[in-house]
Ligand binder design. Sequence first.
Ligand code: TRP
Length: 367
Amino acid sequence: MSTSSRPASTTTSGAAPAESFAAAAARSAALEDQITTDPSRFRVLTGDRPTGALHLGHYFGTLANRVRLQHAGVEVLLVIADYQVITDRDSVGNLSGAVLELVADYLAAGIDPATATIFAHSAVPALNQLMLPFLSLVTDAELRRNPTVKAEADAASGRALSGLLLTYPVHQAADILFCHANLVPVGRDQLPHVEATRSIARRFNDRYAAGASVFPEPDALLTSAPVLLGTDGAKMSKSRGNAIELCATEDGTARLVRRAKTDAERTITYDPEHRPAVANLLLIAALCTGGDPSQIADFLGDAGAGALKALVTESVNEHLRPLRQRRAELVADPSYLLDVLRAGNARAIEVADSTLECVRHVMDMTY
Ligand code: TRP
C-alpha cells in the first residue's frame, strides 16, 4: 500500500536489499528533520493508477502521509497515472470516471487543490516526451532485472509482457524528474524505482549535459506504512475485492467487517504473528481512534470477535464520516472535479514544457 504500489510490487522479490533499505531509512529520518525546519526546499511527487476507489490501506499508507507533508508546507504533486493502467490490461473500463473518483478521494482526504497539483499523465505531452531521451539511458537488461517489473512479470503468469510494462520505471522517472521533485514518498518495495530514477538523472547529466545538474537526484522518503489486511486475511488490495473503500457506506462497511476473517479463540489479544486477522482488526481500530491495539485488545478481553467487529465498524465509520461527507459532496459536482484536474494539468504542462525546453537545449535539439 504505499506507497502507491502496484499490486504485484509488494512481493518480497520486489523488496530492496537490506543494506540499501537501512541507508534509505537513515536518510529518511534526516530528511524528516529538514522538512520540519525548511519545508519549502522540498517538492514531492507521487501518485496512483486510476484503477478503482482508494481504500483504508491507501488512506493510512499514503494519503494521510501526503496530507501531512502538505500541511508541513511541502509542495505536493500527484500524478494520476492513466498511462500505467494500460501497462498490463487490455480493457480499462470507465477510465475518465476512475480518474475523477481518484480526484474526489484526494480532495476528500484533505489534499488542497490551491497548493497541490493533481494531473493526469496523458494530459502532459512534454512529460511523456522525456521518456525518449531517458529510454536511451537504460539497457534492456536493466529493465528486465528491475525487481518491480520482474514481480509484475511473474504475477502476469505467462502472459506476455508489454513494452510499456517493461519500460514503466522509466516513465515513472519522467513523472518524478519533469518537475524536479526531490522527494518521493515510497514503501520499501518501491525503493528500486527511486534508485532507477536517480541513475537516469545521473546519466542524463553526465551524457547529455556535460555534468551540469539538469536533473537533481531525488530522495526516497520511506514511509512506515502499516500493511493492512483485507477481509479475506490477505493484503488489502483493489484487485482482490477484500478492501474497505473510503467511499463505502456505513452499512456497507458494517457488512464488510462482519465477514472479515478472524479465528476461533474467544479472548481478544494483539498478536500479529500468531493471530494476524484479529491483530489486523485491532490495528484498524487503533489507527482510526488514535489508540493502541494492545490496549483495545485488553479492553475487549473475552467479548469475542463479534464485539471486536462492532468496535472496528464503529471506529472506521466514525473516523471516515467527515471524509465521506466531503466526498459525497464532491462527486455530486463532477464539473468541479474536472476543473481541479484541468487546473492541475495546466500547471503540470507549464512545468513540463519548460523542462523539455531545457532538455532540448542541452541536447542541441533546438531548431
Ligand atoms: N506506480 C504508482 C502506482 O502504482 C503510481 C505512480 C506513477 C507513481 N508514477 C509515479 C508513484 C511516480 C510514485 C512516483 O500507484
